[in-house]
Design a protein around this ligand. Sequence first.
Ligand code: ASP
Length: 436
Amino acid sequence: MIVMKFGGTSVGSPSRIKEIASLINSPDNKIVVLSAMAGTTNALVEIASHLYKKEKAVALSFIEELEMDYYLVVDELFTKSEFKSKALGKIKTHFDFIKSFAVDMFTLSGEKAVLAQGELISTILLNCYLQERKINSALLPALDFMRTDGSGEPVANEIKQNIENALQKLPPANIYITQGFICRNPNGEIDNLRRGGSDYSASLIGAAVEAEEIQIWTDIDGMHNNDPRYVGNTHPLSNLSFDEAAELAYFGAKILHPSSVLPAKMANIPVRLKNTMKPGLEGTLISSQSDGINIKAIAAKDNITAIKINSGRMLLAYGFLRKVFEIFETYKTPIDMITTSEVAVSVTIDNTDNLTEILTELKKYGRVEVDSNLSIVCVVGNFIAESKGYALKVFDALKNIPIRMISYGGSMHNVSLLVNKGFKIEALKSLNDKLF
Ligand code: ASP
């Protein structure tokens, strides 16, 4: 069994859906995981925001606009009227469901149900289209097997059990089509794995069915060694270890959702990043294999805020860091980088939703300084402590760039540097020149 996940752009138009149908039409058994068509989840978020504000008429007009877009998609996608009306009927049911939320009380669970419709509709479109082309496939509803716990985290053993049961109930097919992103929470309500979560779904499904490979299909030919938006002549990496891929995904490589590496790593299932436009290319293979000591790639992550806590109390004290970290834990705010000196500790965060509360608490422990609009530039590879010269190369490349924080040695795979966002592109370019 292989798992093939297609993102929003890959299902973004009738012609792209047709391409997917050709790509998946092979004899091997597969589970195809789809995102919503590009733009749909954002449109549904907007609809939900109007529903929250009780702007029912505005919400309804947005819903109808989206519904019309889908009717045009159906018209272009299908040739036979039988399949056209079948698809239209099903899509209408989903839009009627969305419209049923235009009532006075709109809640978070209503929002989650509305957001789920994008994936439900894209999978209907592909499944009906395959039927029209007489390609044997079956829908495998993600809401029947994908489960999260009270903290919104997936429950691997339940997912495994549920998916086995669900597959047994379905007619035999070598193509099962399911929804990324959506799940049910412990109350049985429709929920999701957070924005961009379809990659995570694919990885969880791959682990649950012990797939041979998890393929993530996008519009670029794998994970690149630098950010192609800012640096010329980047190239796709043929191999990455799970740890290297996790660092790159977390620190800015947009091609893969950071959460999606772990389930595959735990189950030791290779993940392949492939390009729908050039399916013949190998793409990037992420696996437990590491191919030697070297610098692999550079990535950058924006919107970073640094917080420095200066405290006399840290001098010769223990327990200080615990108190600082507890504050971030209380406000569910992950820390990305950390550096310490005898009198101060600096940390970075990218989620500033609770910054005011965090700062109020931190001030109890000392003087607090905050810098925003920073970027983390992250050099990823396989460096071992004995290998010499990597730090020198990195620092030499950045000799003209003011560096706010440096993290080296946290893992064998990452050197992270914090710079002002204005220096990010220069840093990426000059690291590219010096390291590759
Ligand atoms: N459709 C969802 C989103 O836009 C999930 C995904 O595409 O991965 O966030």
